[in-house]
Structure formats: structure tokens, C-alpha cells
Design a protein around this ligand. Structure first.
Ligand SMILES: NC(=O)c1ccc[n+]([C@@H]2O[C@H](COP(=O)([O-])OP(=O)(O)OC[C@H]3O[C@@H](n4cnc5c(N)ncnc54)[C@H](OP(=O)(O)O)[C@@H]3O)[C@@H](O)[C@H]2O)c1
Length: 253
């Protein structure tokens, strides 16, 4: 779309649920770019955004394609979490079908440093298998999904950190801490020590907000079971909000 001065009119759909998506929404609003922010609706009190916001699934690829067309979206920015593979795959297909360009704002994966004791595993099932057979105190830092296969290993005690109280955990099975990132090294070090954690299980989410637990684990010499990112079909990937702005609007903050 072009305005009367011959400039491109943008209407951006931001697929959110991450710190980066919130930063992008802020930057787009500041630059005066029209857009819609989309949440899956997983948390009870999502962070307010400076763009008009919708909540809930689109209804698969067809639903997203219809949404793009109905809302006259000119650009989709997929700023979902690297493990939100279904949404990201749907975005690739729906954008291709609707002829709408897609950019993914993605955090680089974490890389091991000297002193890290990391065991890389391909998925949740392999992470469960990687835990020892003898009882362990596990910081299960994987969010609210996929807890069941870990909790089925009855010999372990689990420390969970979640945004919402989505389950009851008997004291003998573990403890639930309600918190939302970003997390600090001091805080995560104290958490691991206070609960006598022996193993950390984490997704390789990347980014700064959840990295402190890995640094704390390194300092304390604790093993980390790191779950690899799921497959996402090929798309154009950028790593910063500024790069998104440059590509869609020729502006940077
Ligand atoms: N997975 C994680 O570890 C993780 C961590 C932190 C934050 N998050 C955030 O939590 C949300 C859900 O993650 P997930 O792993 O459950 O995703 P997912 O498995 O890839 O998505 C499942 C379905 O949820 C809906 N959905 C997901 N993200 C959406 C969004 N931003 N806007 C509207 N609908 C969305 C879509 O439903 P329809 O098919 O009906 O469109 C999608 O097919 C994402 O926004 C993600 O950024 C995820």
C-alpha cells in the first residue's frame, strides 16, 4: 500500500510472547508504525503493549491467512519464543499463502563457555532420560508445558519457576516459585543454593533474560541438561529490533 505522498504504508503483525516482541512493539509505537500485537493467551496477566493487542490462537494456518487478509497486514514479524515451533511454522505457511513478507526476530542460541557442564539433548524425552536414576534436586526451568514426563520420575524433587500457579506440587515432590524474568545472577545463584539443586534442565532459549541460571550453574559446578531448539521451516531471520525497523521502515532507534 502507498499513501498520497508515495510512501509505503505499513501494518505490522507482531507475534509476541517474548521480551524481544515487547521491545519491538515499543519501537514500532515510537516510530509511529501501525501494527497489531498478538498473544497466544497463555498467561493470566500478559504485559500491556503500546500497540492494539489481540489474544488467542488464529485457528491454524488458514485462520492466520484469513486474519492477514482481513486486517490488511503488510508485514509479519514472528517474535515468538524459539520453542513456539507450531506458531512459527504456521506463520511461514500463512505468509507464503497470503503473499505477506515474514521476518523472524530470533535470539541466538546459548553457547557453552569454559566451566560449563552441559549435556545437550534433542528434546524433552531425552532430557527426562538424561536425569540420573538416583534421586536428584532438579531446577526444571522449562516453563509450564511438558512438566508431566519429568514429574512421572517420582524419585526426583523439582524446583519450578512459572508465571502463573498452574499446578499443585506436594512439598515432597517439589516447590513452585512464581516469578517472571528477567532474572539476576545473584537471585538465581541464591535460588539454586537455597534448594540444594543438583541438576538444571533448560531449553536453549537464548537471550539475556533467562541466562542467569546457566551462569549460576557454572559458578556452582552444576550439570545443565540443555534441550535443543525445535525445527522451524526456513524464513528470514534477524537478531535485533533495529534490524527489523531497518528492513520494514528504513528507521532505527
Ligand atoms: N514454548 C516456550 O517455551 C515459550 C516460552 C516463553 C514464551 N512463550 C510464548 O508463549 C506463546 C505460546 O507458546 P507455545 O510454545 O505454546 O506455542 P506453539 O506451540 O508454537 O503454538 C501453539 C498454538 O498457540 C497459538 N499461538 C502461539 N503463539 C501465538 C501468538 N503469539 N499469537 C496468537 N496465537 C499464538 C497458535 O494457535 P493457532 O494455531 O490457533 O493460531 C499456535 O498454533 C508464544 O507466544 C510464545 O512466544 C513460549
Amino acid at each position: 500500500m502507498i499513501d498520497s505522498q508515495g510512501s509505503a504504508i505499513h501494518r505490522i503483525l507482531v507475534l509476541g510472547g517474548t521480551t524481544e516482541a515487547s521491545r519491538l512493539a515499543q519501537a514500532l509505537a515510537q516510530a509511529g508504525v501501525d501494527g497489531i500485537f498478538s498473544y497466544a493467551g497463555r498467561t493470566s496477566a500478559p504485559i500491556a503493549q503500546p500497540l492494539p493487542t489481540r489474544v488467542g490462537g488464529f485457528g491454524g494456518v488458514a485462520g492466520l491467512q484469513a486474519f492477514l487478509q482481513a486486517e490488511r497486514i503488510t508485514q509479519v514479524v514472528d517474535a515468538t519464543h524459539p520453542f513456539a515451533a507450531q506458531m512459527s511454522s504456521n506463520a511461514v505457511q500463512a505468509c507464503a499463502a497470503a503473499g505477506v513478507p515474514l521476518l523472524a526476530l530470533e535470539r541466538p542460541a546459548w553457547q557453552a563457555q569454559s566451566g560449563d557442564v552441559w549435556q545437550h539433548v534433542p528434546d524433552i524425552a531425552a532430557a527426562v532420560q538424561a536425569l540420573p536414576t538416583e534421586p536428584a534436586s532438579v531446577f526444571l526451568a522449562i516453563g509450564r508445558q511438558h512438566l508431566a514426563p519429568f514429574l512421572a520420575c517420582a524419585q526426583h524433587w523439582y524446583l519450578l519457576r512459572l508465571v502463573d500457579p498452574v499446578l499443585d506440587l506436594p512439598a515432597e515432590r517439589g516447590q513452585l516459585v512464581l516469578d517472571r524474568g528477567p532474572f539476576t545472577l545473584e537471585g538465581d545463584r541464591a535460588l539454586l543454593q537455597a534448594h540444594g539443586i543438583t541438576h538444571v534442565v533448560s531449553k536453549n532459549s537464548g537471550g539475556a533474560g533467562a541466562q542467569a541460571k546457566l551462569t549460576a550453574a557454572r559458578e556452582l559446578g552444576l550439570p545443565v541438561i540443555l534441550i535443543a531448539r525445535p525445527f522451524i521451516p526456513a524464513r528470514t531471520v534477524v537478531h535485533s529490533v533495529n534490524e527489523v525497523l531497518r528492513r520494514i521502515h528504513g528507521v532505527s532507534s
